[in-house]
Design a protein around this ligand. Structure first.
Ligand code: PLP
Length: 403
């Protein structure tokens, strides 16, 4: 490692010039390879946090590295003033493999949600109902950290000190169809929902919830807006989680896994929902530039290849089987296993931060989540040996904390 770098990471240099908005663990990584990260001391960790469900093909996947390197030597950025063939190709492939007819590209999950929120207002404005602007969201939701998306999420810890919130959001309990129906008014434009609440603690909705929301949207002329920023791109063993419920949304936000670690987000929509989004109504300087689109296409090459999602479903089954006994074996540490696919959560009896710290000391990286949950969101490329290794680390940490 170059000496200049080492100075930056010297533990004596505890004051960083970055805005201290993150409670960072005191570890920095130098290199990644597949499911493993190597810290600046050369120690290896099994990465079941994957940059919070972002690095879904593992670190430095050769196909992604090749695509990025090729594009880096060809063309990075031109702006959306011109046609961008790689962006059009990515849009077409996302539409061909989903409910959507149109894709708008941006750089993050929050921007993808924001684009969708603007779209649902514009749809009703365009179709003669400009008073319909309110969006129903669900307790425990997470949609990003912009003003509109913290207003949609309505979590006190995210809004505190940043009020007034953006107007137009009505919140009801997650999974509660009756409360949702009761919250619909003549001003309701859409229902915004996560197929599984990721940041909220890997919370799944009761079976039939999304179907019920779809039916309600059809009955009242609302748009169903799915936030699949975390659940999309193969995370649950299907390309998108809505496929499990046999429904389709009208609008959907995607990001995290879409770039495998390169920042890119997308808002997908039906032709009908996107009707008002004409030239000049929305935009992004960087969104879907050649570099991002090249990587997005490379991610799709891998996920859409024959057998890849079969692999995800199989390893997801193995991982949840291996974790299922933790609550009964270590009841003083783990209360519950939740989630689906490779978006699993262990609700803890000890502080989730203490559990995550113990796991990291034992060489396994996980992500925290709401509801005192430790989240396991490994790369979709993990194999049985990684799962064995993770299960062993989890048992060791449980044994340590149970004492
Ligand atoms: C992470 C996440 C977001 C926000 O994504 P950013 O890229 O951090 O803006 C939005 N919605 C869901 C469901 C997420 O998991």
């Amino acid at each position: 490692m170059p000496r200049a770098w080492r100075a930056f990471l010297d533990p004596i240099l505890v004051i960083s010039a970055t805005l201290p908005t993150y409670a960072r663990a005191d570890v920095a990584f130098e290199r990644g390879e597949g499911a493993y990260l190597y810290d600046t001391n050369g120690r290896r960790y099994l990465d079941f946090a994957a940059g919070v469900a972002v690095v879904s093909l593992g670190h430095c996947h050769p196909h992604l590295v090749a695509a990025l390197q090729h594009q880096a030597g060809t063309l990075w950025h031109t702006s959306n003033m011109y046609r961008i063939p790689l962006q059009e190709k990515l849009a077409q492939r996302l539409c061909d493999n989903s409910f959507a007819d149109r894709a708008f590209f941006c750089n993050s999950g929050a921007e993808a949600v924001e684009a969708g929120l603007k779209m649902v207002r514009k749809y009703h404005d365009e179709t003669g109902n400009p008073d319909r602007y309110r969006v129903i969201t669900f307790a425990g939701a997470f949609h990003g950290r912009t003003l509109a998306t913290i207003s949609a999420g309505q979590q006190k810890k995210h809004l505190a000190g940043f009020e007034p919130a953006v107007d137009g959001f009505d919140q009801v309990p997650y999974g509660d169809l009756a409360a949702t129906r009761a919250a619909i008014t003549e001003q309701t434009a859409a229902i915004l929902v996560e197929a599984i609440q990721g940041e909220g603690g890997a919370r799944t909705a009761p079976p039939g919830f999304l179907k019920g929301l779809r039916a309600m949207c059809d009955e009242f002329g609302l748009l169903l807006f799915l936030d699949e920023v975390q659940t999309g791109m193969g995370r649950t063993g299907r390309l998108f989680a809505y496929e499990w419920e046999g429904i389709t949304p009208d609008v959907m936000s995607v990001a995290k896994g879409l770039g495998g670690g390169f920042p890119i987000g997308a808002c997908l929509a039906t032709e009908k929902a996107a009707v008002g989004m004409t030239a000049g109504t929305h935009g992004s300087t960087f969104g879907g530039n050649p570099l991002a689109a090249a990587v997005g296409n490379a991610v799709l090459d891998v996920i859409l290849a024959d057998g890849f999602l079969d692999h995800v479903r199989r390893v997801a089954g193995t991982l949840s089987q291996r974790l299922a006994s933790l609550p009964s074996e270590f009841p003083s540490v783990v209360a519950e296993l939740r989630g689906a696919g490779l978006l699993l959560g262990l609700r803890c009896q000890v502080p989730n931060t203490a559990f995550a710290d113990a796991l990291r000391r034992g060489g396994l990286l996980v992500a925290g989540a709401g509801d005192n949950v430790v989240r396991l969101v490994p790369p979709l490329t993990v194999h049985d040996t990684h799962i064995d290794e993770a299960a062993a680390a989890l048992e060791r940490a449980c044994r340590e904390l149970a004492q």
